[in-house]
Ligand binder design. Sequence first.
Ligand SMILES: CC(C)(COP(=O)(O)OP(=O)(O)OC[C@H]1O[C@@H](n2cnc3c(N)ncnc32)[C@H](O)[C@@H]1OP(=O)(O)O)[C@@H](O)C(=O)NCCC(=O)NCCS
Length: 225
Amino acid sequence: MEKMPFRDAQSVTNLQAVIAAARSSETTTSDWKQALPVLTGSMATLRELRLSDAPSLLTMLSTQEVARFISPPPTTVEGFERFIAWTHRERAAGNYACFAVVPHGMDTAIGIFQVRQLEPGFGTAEWGFAIGSAFWGTGAFQDGAELILEFAFETLGVHRLEARAAVLNERGNGALLKTGAVQEAILRKSFLRNGQYLDQVLYAIIKDDWYASREVSRQVHACIH
Ligand SMILES: CC(C)(COP(=O)(O)OP(=O)(O)OC[C@H]1O[C@@H](n2cnc3c(N)ncnc32)[C@H](O)[C@@H]1OP(=O)(O)O)[C@@H](O)C(=O)NCCC(=O)NCCS
């Protein structure tokens, strides 16, 4: 082995151990069931939810405009803490992954992206998302969506990723269409919200289509720059 100038082997070993520990806790992990990886985008980071996210998630997600077309979020900090603890148990069981959306320069969660398996092994899965309305139209959704799609197809091994959006949820439908999701069906009266059954659009993204469109956008990006 090459002799190491200026440093003794022990200090390098210590440094390597520190870097390895930092990487395992802060960047990636090979096993998402132990702990979710940190996914870094151009304007936001996706990371595991923490109990300390409960107050900001309550502020961001319990407003009428955010909660209108989604399953009712918790209404208290304690309720969000229970939800966060549940997400950790479901992740550990290998059923589900829920990420906090944290814009660069902030420490608090402004929303969530979640993926749950619809069959054992995640072949078919469903994703969902909600972001505080102060951050709508900022690009945080687009950034987080790209990260979660890569995680779903490349880490979880999803081949078909479904989503459901109430027909009346114009922003939710607009957001899904931007990700390349394809409208497949109308699920009539399939979602009970505030005592009313709502029609939903069933969307899906197929892994091969996602790879192909990602390749095209990379080539376009390369041509422009
Ligand atoms: C869904 C959600 C995460 C999307 O985030 P966002 O920041 O609002 O999304 P974006 O602004 O990037 O994209 C929404 C798209 O819908 C379009 N849109 C907005 N209002 C619309 C309307 N009334 N009709 C049609 N399209 C509309 C926007 O123009 C935008 O497309 P563009 O970027 O090409 O202009 C966010 O709106 C949210 O949390 N909503 C509440 C929770 C929810 O409904 N979750 C989804 C359940 S399926």
